[in-house]
Design a protein around this ligand. Structure first.
Ligand code: TYM
Length: 333
């Protein structure tokens, strides 16, 4: 039986290899299976939980759509829309925020990381952000949610919220409890400069990540400068536990070649990093350069991108307005 897929990506610029290997690549595979119904959301309401320049935000929303399409998501098969265009998301988030408990949100590690030392100055939206994410998913009765490893805790919260709503209002299985789809390997791509840190759009150094809009020369240069260690390439997977940078680079190679860590370690065992890096650059350029060129081409056709969003929002609205209507009835409005 087909799956009902929902996932979201924030339009905050610098979509990178982590977003691609952790999430978007999976979106494309799910989109290609005709049995599935897929919805991919550009989560602009989530983006404003930290300050955004309005002009940049608009540009980044289009760039995220262009990235979806350039990566291989077919807007005729999957619904692509931006969250703020469909009112049910904000409405649902409010109602669910009265179901979610403070204690649950207090445990969210991503808030702690993002808010940093000065929690008092973080926006209320940044704190309640996982509740909006739950609304996104639950409004569409999604059965499966493909995400990278960093979103696992938010999905568990979403499941808790769905169950509590169903229990509180004594309405069994009304909100569908979704399953996370997190790849076993390569679901957390790390920074090219520090193997203990997640690859991230907000990291200051551009050398820490491969952006999906990077040119061939940029990709080659970033891999050349990527941090390694002085030893030759590892001979066993076990060795990787202590060699985080090597683990990340080999993981990226394995993921891009649809292989696994074991085989990839075997291929390069004992060789020099420079030889491996050359091969890694080659597969990276082979995969990312066509996407990057296509993104740039699509960005020249704004009306095409805007139209995808417009049509997507109409379809998303049709589905979610029915669900929010029922939610309101259940609550007693
Ligand atoms: P966001 O925009 O931070 O990231 C988008 C997707 O990319 C994955 N990802 C990574 N995967 C592997 N390695 C990395 N270094 C890496 N960095 C990012 C993320 O796990 C994510 O899948 N809250 C979400 C967006 C969201 C959402 C939703 C997702 C809003 N509503 C509903 C699913 C369902 C976020 O901020 O993702």
């Amino acid at each position: 039986m087909g799956k009902k897929i929902f996932s979201g990506v924030q339009p905050t610029g610098n979509l990178h290899l982590g977003n691609y290997l952790g999430a978007i690549k999976n979106f494309v595979n799910l989109n290609n299976d005709n049995e599935n119904e897929c919805i991919f959301c550009v989560v602009d309401l989530h983006a404003i939980t930290v300050k955004q320049d309005p002009k940049e935000l608009k540009k980044n929303i289009r760039e995220t759509v262009a990235t979806f399409v350039a990566s291989g998501i077919d807007p005729k098969k999957s619904i692509i829309f931006n969250q703020s265009a469909v009112a049910a998301h904000a409405e649902g988030a409010w109602i669910l925020s009265c179901v979610a408990r403070m204690g649950w949100l207090n445990r969210m590690t991503q808030f702690k990381e993002k808010a940093g030392k000065d929690k008092e100055k973080a926006s209320v939206g940044l704190y309640s952000y996982p509740v909006l994410m739950a609304a996104d998913i639950l409004l569409y009765d999604a059965s499966h949610v493909p995400v990278g490893d960093d979103q696992k805790q938010h999905l568990e919260l979403c499941r808790d919220i769905a169950q509590k709503f169903n229990n509180d209002f004594e309405i069994e299985n009304f909100l569908q409890v979704p399953e996370p789809l997190i790849q076993k390997e390569f679901s957390r791509i790390m920074s090219l400069k520090d193997g203990s840190k997640k690859m991230s759009k907000s990291e200051l150094s551009d050398l820490s990540r491969i952006n999906l809009t990077d040119t061939k020369d940029q990709i080659v240069n970033k891999i050349k400068k990527a941090k390694t260690d002085p030893l030759p390439m590892p001979k066993t997977v076990k060795e990787l536990d202590e060699r985080l940078e090597a683990k990340n680079l080999i993981g990226i190679y394995a993921s891009l070649t649809n292989s696994n860590l074991e085989k990839s370690v075997e291929t390069f065992a004992g060789k020099n990093f420079s030889e491996f890096k050359e091969k890694l650059s080659e597969v990276l350029v082979g995969k990312i350069e066509p996407i990057s060129l296509e993104i740039k081409k699509l960005l020249d056709n704004q009306s095409y991108l805007d139209n995808i969003l417009l049509e997507g929002a109409e379809k998303a609205n049709l589905i979610s307005s029915k669900k929010i209507k029922k939610i309101k009835e259940i609550v007693g409005f």
